[in-house]
Design a protein. Structure first.
Length: 141
């Protein structure tokens, strides 16, 4: 279960044969994201478990299981900004109920990210996914 935005990324990755090109594409996705305002870079939005500094700010539109989940994010590392953009493509616009149904490791595995990220970066991605899932579960009520 992936969003159209994530499918677009997956299609692009299939087209790009070389991992270096894929890596550059992830970085470009991050560069295209708007920066998070400094006022939102606070301890409450910071994600623990990431080697870089990472902030995720959820937005829930509506109430209950049918509420729409979105988040904004930022990092001090360009590749991590790109990974936040990939996670945004995976999760933004789905219901809070659907957030818990997305098999993020499998979806990200389609991109081959696990094979090319350091252990610390992989741990950071898992921490971001955990924060997203926890936030959606609380909103689901």
């Amino acid at each position: 279960m992936a969003t159209e935005a994530f499918e677009d990324i997956a299609d692009t990755f299939e087209f790009l044969d070389d991992w270096e090109d894929r890596y550059r594409h992830v970085i470009e996705l991050g560069k295209a994201m708007p920066s998070l305002p400094e006022a939102l870079r606070v301890p409450a939005t910071k994600v623990d478990g990431c080697a870089s500094q990472v902030w995720l700010v959820p937005r829930i539109e509506g109430e209950g299981a049918a509420a729409i989940f979105r988040f904004d994010g930022d990092s001090d590392a360009v590749i991590v900004r790109g990974l936040i953009a990939v996670l945004g493509a995976l999760y933004n616009g789905v219901t809070v109920d659907e957030v818990g149904q997305i098999d993020a490791p499998a979806e990200l595995g389609r991109l081959g990210l696990h094979d090319h990220l350091s252990a610390q970066r992989s741990n950071g991605v898992r921490a971001m996914i955990a924060r997203i899932r926890e936030t959606a579960a609380r909103a689901e009520g």
